[in-house]
Ligand binder design. Structure first.
Ligand code: FEO
Length: 394
């Protein structure tokens, strides 16, 4: 896609990855973009690069605006390879001696990734770089979502280059929120749930800090997906809401099954939840991708997990899901476990202990069924659903 002038003399020169479907375990079923931005001023500046495989495309995009050798400053807001994989190619093209601005941790991390003695210029939080008519102010955003992460702000255009924050994995020809409308929000929500959920407390602190600074924002330019220009406050408000993790009357019954017994239990629990007006969905772990389940976990008040016992342990997909969910540290959840077994039946205890370790409110010892659940067993599952429904906030 050709470069786009997003503000006077500021260009999007990024690349669209139409084909990526797996982003380190996150299902990117509508691709992604790697956004890079070029600022034409007395000192021409490039903000972030792209994944290594797209480096030539980035350079071709820049060349449509200006000779890449005229770039004087390169800014790396984040070391992760989807934004700095193309850095070696870019530095080679623009000149290995050109100043490379990054956070102090970015300096360390880029050095360990590239083992190059580039002209690093580590910046302080609040540090300013004069480009000519405009300047860049750097804001450290440690652990959002890497220790090196930072934002770069152009006060003259009231424009924030926000790195991964406020991004979305979405490949499309639209470059701005007003070109796509509400359709982008599920992608932003999924991105938050899978990349940023564990940093929710830091996000709330950051938004409070930025609010105190009265940072005027006309445009928020993330490194993935569309740019927020019609109402940047919309995505910021959404981040606050998502970070608060207020539980809804919504429950997920996440399970796998070997011979449909655990599945029968899952469906009975869903029916019990639904009886009392809870929005409830059975989520079979080989039908739903873990990253789509986590997106629904975001505002669910309860997560009920079911597993058959396989070889004295959990079914592998259930282990995968529990590990993934643990890492993302969801808060304010009720939890419970269920599962069918043949002769040992450890799964429910294992799930309970993992849910407790994640600080879920485990309100029931859980339900086990030997082999195929009978009517009584299914009734117990139904009642578990109703018990959880009564415990969920109105
Ligand atoms: Fe889009 Fe943390 O990289």
């Amino acid at each position: 896609m050709k470069p786009i002038e997003i503000a006077k003399d500021i260009f999007w020169v990024g690349c669209i990855d139409w084909n990526i479907r797996d982003f380190h375990g996150y299902s990117t079923y509508q691709g992604s973009t790697y956004n890079s931005y070029l600022i034409l001023d007395d000192h021409v500046t490039l903000i972030d690069t792209v994944k290594k495989a797209f480096a030539d495309q980035l350079i071709a995009n820049i060349s449509q605006v200006i000779d890449p050798k005229k770039i004087e400053y390169v800014v790396s807001n984040h070391t992760e390879m989807d934004h700095s994989g193309g850095l070696a190619r870019v530095m080679h093209k623009v000149g290995e001696d050109k100043p490379l601005y990054c956070s102090k941790v970015g300096h360390k991390n880029l050095s360990m990734h590239f083992h190059k003695n580039w002209n690093y210029q580590p910046v302080e939080n609040g540090g300013e770089l004069i480009l000519g008519k405009r300047s860049l102010t750097f804001l450290e955003t440690r652990m959002l979502h890497w220790p090196d992460s930072m934002f770069s702000y152009v006060k003259q255009e009231r424009l924030l280059f926000s790195s991964d924050a406020f991004g979305q994995h979405y490949a499309g020809l639209e470059r701005f929120d007003d070109q796509i409308g509400e359709k982008i929000m599920p992608h932003a929500r999924k991105y938050f749930a899978n990349i940023l959920l564990l940093y929710s407390p830091l996000i709330l602190d950051l938004v409070a800090k930025v609010t105190d600074m009265k940072l005027a924002l006309d445009m928020v330019c993330p490194d993935h997906g569309i740019i927020w220009r019609s109402d940047p406050s919309k995505i910021i408000k959404a981040y606050v809401e998502w970070s608060e993790q207020k539980p809804k009357r919504k429950a997920l019954v996440v399970y796998d099954t070997m011979w449909e017994s655990t599945e029968k239990m899952a469906h009975a629990i869903v029916e019990g939840l639904g009886k009392d007006g809870v929005e409830a969905v059975p989520m079979h772990l080989r039908k739903w991708h873990r990253s789509d389940i986590i997106t629904e976990v975001l505002d669910a008040g309860a997560v009920i997990v079911g597993s058959p016992t396989l070889n004295n342990g959990l079914f592998p997909t259930v282990s995968d899901f529990m590990t993934y969910m643990k890492g993302l540290r969801p808060k304010n959840k009720i939890g419970a476990a269920f599962g069918s077994y043949g002769w040992s039946g450890e799964a429910v205890k294992l799930i309970n202990s993992q849910l407790e370790a994640m600080k879920f409110d485990v309100i029931d010892p859980g339900i086990t069924t030997q082999f195929v659940p009978d009517e009584k067993g299914l009734e117990q599952c139904f009642e578990l659903g109703r018990k959880i429904a009564r415990a969920l906030p109105e």
